[in-house]
Ligand binder design. Structure first.
Ligand code: GLP
Length: 242
């Protein structure tokens, strides 16, 4: 795992933008994108750049179950407001798992097929939850292979309540790419900032590889870049550096 220490989210966003430019220059066509506060600066900087997305496809990591696309809290809406409304990506090349699907298992299969049809994910962006979840892959007994419906942990509902008027309004379920889906991305970029992520970052980077710490699987991936600010990286021993 390559670890890049940065001062703050703004600097982290700049580093991620440079990585994206490199990938695009190498012919990347499919981006796996993430929501949450971690990628916000990155998206701002993409919007300010002159990058051409006209040939790109994006597949988002996850979506809440039961929120319509235009719900102010849906990830669909977040991505449009923060990125898609401001870049020249074709609307028919933007994909999310559908949290309103009547048949979740069928939707999950279709989403995997979409990713495969797009040629797989060239660069997958990730944030990390306080319990080390990635996408909405919560700590569990096993790593999920593919896109699936998940029940959110109480700690995740509490953490995400800041985007809603109360915790009661946070959906209890989501559709998420699986750990296997994420793992098949050719390059993974994990953004982490803030002291509340320090334990998750340490456990993910230096701890035992276990589905109880979903992000720990990234230790086995051949091409991961962790962009971490001082607060989130404060508990790293440095021994994990390549
Ligand atoms: C959410 C999302 C994740 C995200 C994580 C961290 O639960 N499903 O994809 O990485 O929270 O969010 P934040 O970046 O806001 O801390």
């Amino acid at each position: 795992m390559k670890i890049i220490q940065v001062e703050n989210q703004v600097e982290g966003g700049k580093v991620a933008l440079e990585l994206l430019k490199e990938k695009l220059a190498q012919g990347a066509k499919t981006l796996g994108l993430a929501t949450g506060s971690s990628p916000e600066e990155f998206y701002k900087q993409i919007v300010e750049s002159d990058l051409d997305f006209s040939e790109m496809t994006s597949v988002n990591l996850d979506e809440y179950v039961g929120l319509a696309e235009d719900d102010p809290q849906s990830y669909h809406r977040f991505m449009h407001e923060n990125l898609f409304n401001h870049v020249n990506m074709r609307r028919d090349r933007i994909f999310f798992p559908n949290g309103m699907a009547a048949d979740a298992a069928r939707e999950a299969e279709d989403y995997e097929a979409r990713i495969a049809a797009a040629g797989g994910i060239d660069m997958q962006l990730l944030g990390i939850g306080r319990n080390a979840h990635i996408g909405f892959n919560e700590p569990d007994d096993a790593f999920a292979r593919t896109t699936h419906k998940v029940a959110l942990k109480e700690s995740t509902i509490e953490a995400n309540a800041r985007f809603f008027s109360s915790a009661a309004e946070v959906p209890r379920e989501a559709m998420s790419m699986g750990i296997g889906t994420i793992f098949r991305a050719r390059h993974i970029v994990l953004l982490a900032s803030g002291a509340e992520k320090a334990e998750a970052v340490r456990d993910a980077v230096e701890g035992t590889i276990t589905p109880r710490v979903p992000a720990s699987i990234l230790q086995l991936h051949p091409c991961v870049t962790l962009i971490v600010d001082h607060a989130a990286g404060a508990l790293l021993s440095g021994k994990s550096e390549p």
